[in-house]
Design a protein around this ligand. Structure first.
Ligand code: USQ
Length: 386
C-alpha cells in the first residue's frame, strides 16, 4: 500500500515508517521538525542521540535497500499539505503529526494556543486534502485515551447508547479531557467524525494510552535509526520516566497519591495496532474508534514494578510521591473497553520483568546522557503567572 506517515520524525512516527517500509509498503513521511524545535526551546533532549531525518532515511536505504520518501513542511500550511497529497496520492494516512505533550500545552496562553492551532488546523488541512485528492483513502488518526478523562462509568469504544426521556440514540462517548493538549484531540475527533458523516470519508481514531519502550525491531538495526525516547517532565511519559529515574539514582515520582489509572502499551504494540487498522480499513462514511492500550495500571503500581525489577539488578530504587502538578482525579473508577483491536488479531506484548530489564539495560548503557535537572516537573496546571 501507499502509506503516508504524518509526523514521521517522531517517537512513534519514525518507527512506524520503518515498520511499514520493511513490510514492503511504499512509505512517505511528512515532518516540519517542530518537535525538535520545542525540545530546544524547553532545553530538553531525548536520552539516545537522534540522527537527522535525512540521515535516518539514508541509513535505512543502505541497510534495507528500501526508500522512504520525505516531505519537509508544516501541516498548518494548506498549500504544502495539498502538494504532498497530490504528489504521493496515499491509500492510507497515519497521522501522528501533532504536539503530543499535555504539560507543554499547559505552560501558558501561547503554548495552549500553539498546541491547538497546530493540531486542529493541521488535521483540518489533512481532511480537506484527502477530500480533494484521495477521498477513498483511510485516515488512521492518533487520538488519546485522555480524551475521555476518568468518568465514573465504563468507557466504551467511541460511542454510547443513551436512553433519555423514553427515547434512545447512539452518541459519541462524552469527553472530559485533562489538558489543552488532550482537548486538541477531542476537537480533532469531532472534525473527523463530521468529515466522515458529511463527505463520506473513512477514518479510524486510535484512542491510544500511554506508550512505553525505547526500541523496536527496526531501531535495533543501527544506532542511527534510534527513536526519540524522552524522560523529561514535559515530553517523557510515566513508565519511561520511572525507568530513567531508577537508573539515575533518583526517586521515582508518582504525582500526588499515585492512584491515577491509565491504559498503557508497548511501543511495538503501537506498530501492531496501527498496522491492524491500516490493513482493515473503516468503511466509506465510517468514523471508527478503537481504544488502543493493552493493560491498565495506577502510577503507584508502575513505580512498584520498576522498583522491584531495578532492585533485582542491583539498583537502589526509592519511590517518592510528590505534589501533583496537574489537576486530575487520583482515586477513581477506570474501566475502559478495549476489544476491537483484539478482535482484529492484536497479540499484546504485556509489561513483564524481562521487558523492564531490557529497558533498564539500554538506559544504563546511556546513563551518561541523563540530565537529572529535567526530571522534576515545573509546569503547574493552575500556574498563577501564565
Ligand atoms: N505521572 C506521574 N509521575 C510522573 C509522570 C506522570 O504520576 O513522573 C502521572 C500523570 O500525572 C498522569 C499519568 O502519570 O496521571 C500519565 O501521565 P503521562 O505524562 O505518562 O502521560 P500523559 O500526560 O497523559 O500523556 C501521554 C502522552 C500523550 C498521550 C497520552 C495518552 O504524552 O501524547 O496522548 O499519554 S493518555 O494518558 O491515555 O491520555
Amino acid at each position: 500500500m501507499k502509506i503516508l506517515i504524518l509526523g514521521g520524525d517522531g517517537y512513534l512516527g519514525w518507527p512506524t515508517a520503518m515498520y511499514f517500509s520493511r513490510k514492503g509498503h511504499e512509505v512517505a513521511v511528512v515532518d516540519n521538525f517542530n518537535k525538535r524545535k520545542w525540545e530546544m526551546e524547553q532545553g530538553v533532549k531525548p536520552l539516545l542521540p537522534i540522527s537527522t531525518l535525512h540521515d535516518r532515511v539514508g541509513v535505512w536505504e543502505k541497510i534495507t535497500g528500501k526508500k522512504i520518501k520525505m516531505y519537509i513542511g508544516d501541516l498548518t500550511n494548506e498549500r504544502h499539505v495539498q502538494k504532498v497529497f497530490e504528489d504521493f496520492i496515499p491509500e492510507a494516512i497515519v497521522h501522528y503529526g501533532e504536539q503530543p505533550s499535555a504539560p507543554y500545552s499547559m505552560i501558558g496562553n501561547h503554548s495552549a494556543a500553539e498546541t491547538q492551532i497546530n493540531n486542529v488546523v493541521g488535521t483540518l488541512n489533512v481532511l480537506f486534502a484527502m477530500k480533494r485528492t484521495c477521498p477513498s483513502a483511510h485516515l488512521v488518526k492518533l487520538g488519546t485515551m485522555g480524551e475521555y478523562g476518568t468518568p465514573n462509568i465504563d468507557i466504551e469504544e467511541g460511542y454510547i447508547t443513551v436512553n433519555h426521556k423514553g427515547r434512545s440514540d447512539v452518541m459519541i462517548f462524552p469527553k472530559r479531557a485533562g489538558s489543552f493538549y488532550h482537548l486538541s484531540k477531542v476537537h480533532d475527533s469531532h472534525n473527523i467524525e463530521f468529515a466522515c458523516r458529511t463527505w463520506g470519508m473513512r477514518a479510524t481514531d486510535l484512542n491510544q494510552g500511554v506508550v512505553y519502550g525505547l526500541e523496536t525491531e527496526e531501531t535495533k538495526l543501527d544506532p542511527k535509526l534510534n527513536t526519540s525516547f524522552h524522560y523529561d517532565a514535559i515530553f517523557g511519559t510515566a513508565l519511561n520516566r520511572f525507568c530513567v529515574q531508577a537508573v539515575a539514582d533518583l526517586p521515582l515520582t508518582p504525582y500526588g497519591s499515585g492512584g491515577q489509572k491509565r491504559g498503557y502499551l508497548n511501543i511495538i504494540d503501537t506498530l501492531q495496532c496501527v498496522e491492524l487498522a491500516v490493513l482493515n480499513p473503516a468503511d466509506k462514511g465510517e468514523f471508527r474508534v478503537f481504544n488502543q492500550f493493552t493493560e491498565v495500571f495506577s502510577v503507584n503500581k508502575l513505580a512498584d514494578i520498576v522498583k522491584s525489577c531495578g532492585e533485582k539488578i542491583g539498583l537502589q530504587v526509592k519511590i517518592m510521591n510528590i505534589p501533583n502538578p496537574r489537576k486530575e482525579a487520583e482515586d477513581h473508577y477506570y474501566n475502559p473497553v478495549h476489544t476491537k483491536l483484539l478482535d482484529l488479531g492484536l497479540e499484546p506484548n504485556k509489561l513483564s520483568d524481562v521487558l523492564i530489564n531490557s529497558m533498564l539495560k539500554k538506559i544504563i548503557e546511556n546513563k551518561g546522557n541523563i540530565v537529572k535537572e529535567i526530571l522534576l516537573p515545573t509546569i503547574l496546571w493552575d500556574q498563577k503567572s501564565n
